[in-house]
Design a protein around this ligand. Structure first.
Ligand SMILES: Nc1ncnc2c1ncn2[C@@H]1O[C@H](COP(=O)(O)OP(=O)(O)OP(=O)(O)O)[C@@H](O)[C@H]1O
Ligand SMILES: C[C@@](O)(CCO)CC(=O)[O-]
Ligand SMILES: [Mg+2]
Length: 366
């Protein structure tokens, strides 16, 4: 890629003629897993991004190149039958990592097909293309890499097809691109189709940006009061990629769903979030993080190494917890304002050979 302008501009440079897009990833501050059963969660979009490009192809194919996974796939869309077969594909018959992106393409095409003037033939709506993704986020470690890859795919496909439709078919009609809410819903449909059980948390967080509360699997921008959001903005989190996960989110969510103690644990997590929403003290916030972590431990989704990081985060910072689906992956640590403590923390994290340390910022949708 020659051009670093990732703002979704058409014609990124003269020889590639492609569209560029990007999406953030996320951390869950409180409430992962419980949120799948309707309890509240608080999440934040972060500025580790998935970048992508899309360009039209002459051959009647959809090509997907996933640089981080080292996977490529080609889908034939030569005949109407091939297109219709793809649109009704059972995604869980694909057992490759490419399936999130393939499902995002399928569900975006279905959405556009259902919401375009019925006079437009499906062969004219769906143009061949090549899509490439690359992420700054480590894959499958609790930072919402799936949601970020899926949303970038939806942005790219809808933008390419929208602009083609405008040029070739509906020159007199204004094409309005998909709203953030529409894209969040399509992205959620993908996570749900693949995970089986899923909440809207990751997909809505990467689509809306900022800090969100999800309750009853719904997003209401008025749920969080400004004072609380402003307080969280003063908190600095360190993200630690502790170790590779042995299981994907889909498996971890199923496993937790079968845990007989889950309701008792989830309601305690709900109580922590109630306290949190009136909190404006970082020490208390850090303690609440550790309480949430201990409940995630009871769900058997922490590991020895994550627990070691939580101890370091409590000793040299104000508190810590795992983030995302767990089973390995990432932890977040709330830093105090003393830069010496931060240095000691990072030195100690390096001593136990964690895989990565990120100082990320909150991402706001522009
Ligand atoms: N850069 C990427 N390119 C293509 N597919 C990706 C990319 N990143 C993630 N994925 C897809 O998402 C899967 C990982 O999703 P998973 O939900 O298990 O992890 P996560 O989203 O990082 O963690 P969590 O859901 O806990 O936040 C990968 O196996 C792959 O299918
Ligand atoms: C574990 C989980 O709560 C968050 C994964 O980031 C799953 C979900 O909400 O779908
Ligand atoms: Mg995921």
């Amino acid at each position: 890629m020659k051009n670093n302008d990732f703002n979704g501009n058409y014609d990124c440079n003269s020889d590639c003629n492609c569209i560029l897009e990007q999406s953030p990833s996320k951390i869950i501050l409180f409430g992962e897993h419980a949120v799948v059963d309707g309890y509240p969660a608080i999440s934040m979009a972060i500025d580790l991004k998935t970048h992508g490009t899309i360009k039209k192809l002459e051959s009647k194919k959809i090509k997907v190149n996933l640089e981080d996974l080292n996977e490529e796939i080609e889908i034939n869309i030569e005949t109407e039958e091939e297109i219709r077969n793809f649109l009704s594909l059972d995604i869980n018959t694909i057992d490759k990592n490419v399936k999130y992106v393939v499902c995002a393409i399928k569900n975006t095409l279905n959405y556009l097909n259902e919401n375009t003037n019925p006079d437009v033939n499906i062969n004219d709506l769906i143009v061949p293309f090549e899509l490439t993704l690359h992420s700054e986020t480590p894959v499958s470690c609790g930072l919402g890499s799936s949601a970020s890859a899926v949303l970038t795919t939806i942005k790219l496909v809808s933008k390419l097809l929208g602009s083609e439709l405008l040029v070739r078919l509906l020159p007199s009609e204004d094409f309005t691109s998909l709203s953030n809410l529409e894209m969040a819903e399509i992205a959620y449909s993908v996570e749900k189709e693949i995970q089986g059980r899923a909440s809207i948390t990751d997909t809505y967080t990467v689509s809306m940006g900022g800090i969100l509360e999800i309750t009853n699997n719904e997003y209401d921008p008025n749920n969080l009061n400004n004072k609380f959001v402003e307080f969280i903005k003063t908190c600095n989190f360190l993200i630690v990629y502790v170790e590779e996960r042995s299981r994907k989110t889909a498996e971890l969510v199923q496993e937790v769903g079968n845990n007989s103690k889950k309701d008792e644990i989830f309601s305690k997590i709900g109580e922590i979030i109630l306290k949190l929403k009136t909190c404006n003290d970082k020490v208390e916030f850090g303690n609440l993080m550790v309480q949430n972590h201990n409940l995630l431990k009871e769900l058997n989704i922490s590991t020895e190494k994550i627990d070691q990081v939580i101890e370091l985060g409590s000793k040299y910072g104000l508190g810590a917890k795992l983030t995302g689906a767990g089973g390995g992956g990432c932890a977040i640590i709330l830093l105090d304002d003393d830069s010496l403590h931060k240095k000691e923390l990072i030195d100690n994290l390096k001593k136990i050979s964690v895989k990565g340390i990120f100082e990320c910022k909150m991402y706001l949708e522009s």
